[in-house]
Design a protein around this ligand. Structure first.
Ligand code: ACO
Ligand code: ZN
Length: 223
């Protein structure tokens, strides 16, 4: 019994040592020099990447009480393209994506959610597509692997469905999640992707969703 109690106390202390940085959102152990160094490096790069000074020519496509959405197109000035590249690099790092080359880079639309603290706290990258494969509901039953084990291997239908717009990335800064930022980004995309029409949820598709992405997409498409 004593041993068990001791174990619980140790585990508690380990957890207690973990700090979440209020600016960059990284969880690290402040008592571990290696962790601290890693945090310092990440912190610097992250804050630089999401800083948004404001542009002379910016395409504001939606405004909210807590921020605005800016659309960046492929032929925009260099400073805008560079910001999109910086943000995409951070997002890809977090998602573990490696250099995914867009299929038609000159048709990509990037939506940035800018907070009222002048930071990029959300990003959605969309591209035109012709078809998509519907994700099938997860297999259930004692013999099927649990959803924890098959991280990204969602079962897809092999019957293509017509679609118009593919979401290749959607990301919200960790400390700003569950504030409907992703939802507002997708609403804005549906409104702006094709001039003069509001895309239905059947016309948009999420490519290679992560578990977070799948939870969001399922909820979004059913409401
Ligand atoms: N778990 C359960 N439900 C969720 C989650 C979650 N992690 N995230 C969103 N939802 C559902 C909820 O029902 C939520 O409504 P509620 O908060 O009123 O319950 C609804 O979706 C709307 O959520 P938002 O607040 O609009 O979503 P958020 O701004 O938090 O962003 C996102 C969601 C983009 C998936 C965010 O969690 C994220 O950036 N995650 C890490 C990056 C990632 O995995 N991106 C998806 C990659 S897949 C792709 O890019 C195609
Ligand atoms: Zn930090």
């Amino acid at each position: 019994k004593e041993i068990k109690d001791q174990f619980i106390i140790d585990a508690g202390q380990k957890h207690f040592g973990a700090t979440t940085c209020k600016s960059c959102g990284m969880i690290y152990s402040a008592s571990n020099p290696e962790d601290e160094l890693q945090h310092a490096q990440y912190h610097q790069r992250f804050l630089e990447g999401i800083k948004y000074a404001g542009w002379k020519k910016e395409r504001v496509v939606a405004e909210f009480w807590d921020g605005k959405i800016v659309l960046v197109l492929p032929h925009d000035p260099n400073y805008a393209i560079r910001k999109v590249e910086d943000v995409q690099e951070l997002v890809d790092d977090e998602l573990g994506f490696h250099q995914v080359i867009p299929r038609c880079p000159n048709k990509t639309k990037t939506f940035l959610f800018i907070s009222d603290e002048k930071k990029v706290v959300g990003c959605l990258i969309a591209e035109p597509i012709k078809q998509a494969f519907r994700v099938l509901s997860e297999p259930t039953g004692p013999e099927s692997p649990s959803s924890k084990e098959c991280h990204r291997a969602w079962q897809c239908s092999n019957v293509p469905q017509p679609a118009v717009c593919g979401i290749s990335r959607i990301w919200v800064f960790r400390l700003k999640r569950r504030k409907r930022i992703a939802r507002r980004l997708v609403d804005t995309l549906r409104n702006c992707f094709m001039f003069g029409c509001f895309l239905s949820t059947d016309e948009i598709a999420f490519s290679d969703p992560t578990p977070d992405g799948k939870l969001f997409a399922t909820k979004y498409c059913n409401t």
